[in-house]
Design a protein around this ligand. Structure first.
Ligand SMILES: Cc1cc2nc3c(=O)[nH]c(=O)nc-3n(C[C@H](O)[C@H](O)[C@H](O)COP(=O)(O)O)c2cc1C
Length: 183
């Protein structure tokens, strides 16, 4: 066994702020891509999410874990459909914007953001994303302080080919051919 580098807990509860910080850091060691989850309608809304996971090919399912305290959580309670845009390397500002609680809410939220309405859902889909997934709500599962939202694909598209935007140890980065590990 190697020595623990960061925090260590044999009985984590996730309740205390200091423990939450350490736990968040441990979770953050798992490198992910970055998406923006969106809902359309009169009050379109978007939220940066790295908890996106593909779940099933048949039926085609994806999931995203949504914090119960977010505006997006309330939006998804009401919206039967939603969109997920997989961000490209050039989308760091977009990722920061849709994670920033000071951004405007309502129609103004997408002012200055290059996005097009999804053909099946009307949810704003981020321009030049690596992939667009338009979903209908399939199941919701309780996930502690998050809800695990599983969507069934209505459509998918790969609008652009580029390096991916990554999230690792609390920082945004990108993939690159020079980082490939020989197999
Ligand atoms: C890279 C990154 C990934 C994130 N992933 C998630 C996620 O998967 N689920 C989530 O609920 N919040 C996630 N967040 C936090 C939300 O984006 C942030 O709390 C946002 O302001 C919530 O928006 P809303 O309350 O306006 O809906 C992430 C933030 C960042 C920067």
């Amino acid at each position: 066994m190697t020595a623990a580098h960061g925090g260590r807990s044999d009985s984590p509860t996730g309740r205390h702020p200091a423990e939450r910080r350490v736990l968040r850091r441990a979770f953050g060691t798992f490198a992910t891509g970055v998406t923006v989850v969106t809902v359309g309608g009169e009050q379109p809304h978007g939220m940066t999410a790295n908890s996106f996971t593909s779940v099933s090919l048949d039926p085609p399912l994806v999931l995203v874990c949504v914090d119960k305290s977010t505006v997006m959580h309330t939006c998804l309670d009401a919206a039967p459909v939603f969109g997920i845009s997989v961000l490209a390397a050039g989308h760091a500002e977009v990722a920061r914007y849709f994670a920033d609680s000071r951004r405007p809410v309502g129609p103004g939220e997408f002012t200055g953001i290059a996005a097009v309405p999804g053909e099946r859902t009307g949810a704003p889909m981020i321009a030049d994303a690596l992939a667009w997934f338009e979903c209908e709500l399939w199941r919701r599962y309780d996930g502690g302080d998050h809800t695990i939202v599983v969507g069934r694909l209505l459509s998918y598209t790969q609008p652009a080919t580029d390096q991916a935007l990554l999230f690792h140890n609390g920082r945004l980065g990108t993939t690159g051919p020079d980082r490939e590990v020989p197999t």
